[in-house]
Design a protein around this ligand. Structure first.
Ligand code: NAD
Ligand code: 0WE
Length: 258
């Protein structure tokens, strides 16, 4: 059985009840994990309130602001984990960002700044979080990130995010190689398109979802909870021999050529 009792899991990337990270947090909680939740703070504290209210039923024992662009916030997050928990078992990296203008139009128009933003938030952040988590995973651990097929194949308009996901997937392999001897496993879950805050802000996401419903072997899209189940598996000892992998949770869409 999938059992995460006694394991401390830190979940990033919950923005609302449609977030993939929310599906993951619910499944980690259902498997018995002790949760910590981070959120992206804003000036008015609206995100803090929203995420606090949403996650309250999962009784997280840590609730912290963590903008991955701010080294001090990342440091403070893991300092709090150290003080409260002593050790960390699982880290869920479930965030991405590119300027909206860069997710439409010609890829060749991507600005230097837009490229940097997308790669810093969506790919470098995994390195930064792994760096901070490493000393807290002395008994080993599991790091899981979320990726998308657009990092491997060309998906119209995904543009600079595709480059960021390619870098993210390579981060998974380099981190898995380096941290393996310390029994830290690092894997990615490549989810099919799901309606979330991030994806709904993108034109044409509904058409993409309909395409998946017609073409994918399972003839449907996947849910946040299905992605959450795979993430929970990757955090559990059931996946003890798996590291450096990208697992597709996409109704089988990735295997199709037509
Ligand atoms: P979402 O909008 O719910 O989540 C994105 C999260 O990123 C938000 O919680 C946001 O606060 C956070 N974030 C953005 N900038 C940040 C920063 N500087 N510091 C800290 N957090 C920051 O959308 P989602 O679709 O659940 O996205 C979660 C992950 O899943 C992303 O990596 C995304 O690429 C990936 N993914 C999504 C889909 C999809 O179709 N929705 C498919 C495959 C992979
Ligand atoms: O990774 C993602 C979403 C990433 C994302 C979305 C936004 C929208 C709002 C990153 N940054 C932003 N910035 C914003 O201002 N997905 C896998 C979902 C997604 O996004 C697409 C997709 C799919 C699928 C963009 C174009 C084409 C397909």
């Amino acid at each position: 059985m999938l059992d995460l009792t006694g394991k401390n899991a830190l979940v990033t990337g919950i923005a609302n009840n449609r977030s993939i990270a929310w599906g993951i947090a619910q499944q980690l909680h259902a498997a018995g994990a002790n949760l910590g939740v981070t959120y992206l703070p804003d000036e008015r504290g609206r995100m803090e309130k929203k995420v606090a209210d949403l996650t309250e039923p999962l009784t997280p024992s840590l609730f912290l602001p963590c903008n991955v662009q701010d080294d001090e916030q990342v440091q403070a997050t893991f300092e709090a984990v150290k003080q409260k928990w002593g050790k960390l078992d699982s880290l869920i990296h479930c965030l991405a960002f590119a300027n909206r203008d860069d997710l439409t139009g010609n890829f060749s128009d991507t600005s230097r700044e837009g490229f940097q933003t997308a790669l810093e938030i969506s790919a470098y952040s995994l390195v930064k979080l792994a760096q901070a988590a490493k000393p807290l995973m002395a008994d080993g651990g599991s790091i899981v990130t979320l990726t998308y097929l657009g990092g491997v194949r060309v998906v119209p308009n995904y543009n600079v995010m595709g480059i960021a996901k390619a870098a993210l997937e390579m981060n998974v392999r380099y981190l898995a190689s380096e941290l393996g001897p310390q029994k830290i496993r690092v894997n990615g879950v490549s989810a099919g398109p799901i309606r979330t805050l991030a994806s709904s802000a993108v034109g044409g996401i509904l058409d993409m979802i309909h395409h998946v419903e017609e073409v994918a072997p399972l003839r449907r899209t996947v849910t946040q909870l299905e992605v959450g189940n795979t993430a929970a598996f990757l955090c559990s000892d059931l996946s003890s021999g798996i590291t450096g992998q990208i697992i597709y949770v996409d109704s089988g869409y990735e295997i199709m050529g037509m």
